[in-house]
Design a protein around this ligand. Sequence first.
Ligand SMILES: Cc1cc2nc3c(=O)[nH]c(=O)nc-3n(C[C@H](O)[C@H](O)[C@H](O)COP(=O)(O)OP(=O)(O)OC[C@H]3O[C@@H](n4cnc5c(N)ncnc54)[C@H](O)[C@@H]3O)c2cc1C
Ligand code: SF4
Length: 308
Amino acid sequence: MTVLPDFRTFRPASLAEALTALAGEGARPLAGATDLLPNLRRGLGEPSALVDLTALPELAGVTELDGTLRIGAATTLEDIALHPAVRARFPVLAEAALSVAGPTHRAAATLGGNLCQDTRCIFYNQSDWWRWGNGYCLKAKGDKCHVVVRSDRCYATYHGDVAPALMVLDAKAEIAGPHGRRSLPLALLFAENGGAHLALVPGEIVTAVVVPPADGWRAGYAKVRIRDAIDFPLAGVAVAVKAGDVRVAITGTNSSPLMVPVMAGATVDEVVAAVRKASNVLRTTVVGAKYRRKVLLNETRRLLETLR
Ligand SMILES: Cc1cc2nc3c(=O)[nH]c(=O)nc-3n(C[C@H](O)[C@H](O)[C@H](O)COP(=O)(O)OP(=O)(O)OC[C@H]3O[C@@H](n4cnc5c(N)ncnc54)[C@H](O)[C@@H]3O)c2cc1C
Ligand code: SF4
């Protein structure tokens, strides 16, 4: 059994202190720990320090001003799903948050941790001896990919549920780091690379997500998983509609959540074709790629027809 590596822990009380601690070489942010700790126990990562973000007032809670929501990155998924403004005006977000893992996870798991969770692959989320026996792989310690042989990049899959729901709501990520603060459309927080899927520079963290007023958009989220009570999406899709316009974002298929380019006034068949073109489902889970592609397209069609 792999044991946890040695690291120091910090629990700063202000954002400035947290950024100072994160400037240390090898330091990593920690929130609910439901993704990071299981990975560290499998020998996936050797941080010098973990910086707990859950006591920072700036990252806490949901606030609403003129229909715009600001959700602190350390807000738990349970609190998001139960928040009256989220349930009333952004039900897709409550739906996506409630679909993550199980109730005990959601009581600890945070928005920032959900967005920034690591990508996953059957050749990676294994014990160290299993990965050693398999010659490791490009994502950690090895020099080849077992999913796309002869590839020079990792195709591990992003399986976060909340990002696509926020993307179709046109949300922005607020970021703070050693070079100051910036704000990004949520889709630009991600990069299509399983080995480096976040567009954050070392020492940067997500402090909040800002969701503009719903403005007539109606949205839903659908995912397919092995065990309905607890599992990551094998494929997930968020769809928003307003008159003839459609926004679609997918997860569980590529190395990042993706906003699918869809033309205004697209028919259901055209939207499904756009999702097929944007998705890149590979053999990264225990369930075959063909099945995952099929349920992704079926769920897109079903959701769109229901919303329309
Ligand atoms: C059995 C099981 C089932 C799961 N099922 C699902 C599922 O269905 N859907 C799903 O989406 N996830 C699932 N997860 C993964 C995980 O529980 C969730 O993604 C959770 O929301 C992660 O949040 P956290 O606060 O616990 O993150 P942590 O584990 O604390 O952190 C995760 C990553 O994000 C980084 N991080 C944390 N906060 C920030 C921040 N503010 N800025 C920058 N980086 C940050 C950390 O450094 C770490 O790399 C599952 C996990 C388990 C163990
Ligand atoms: S996609 Fe390839 S490189 Fe990435 S984790 Fe899987 S086997 Fe490793």
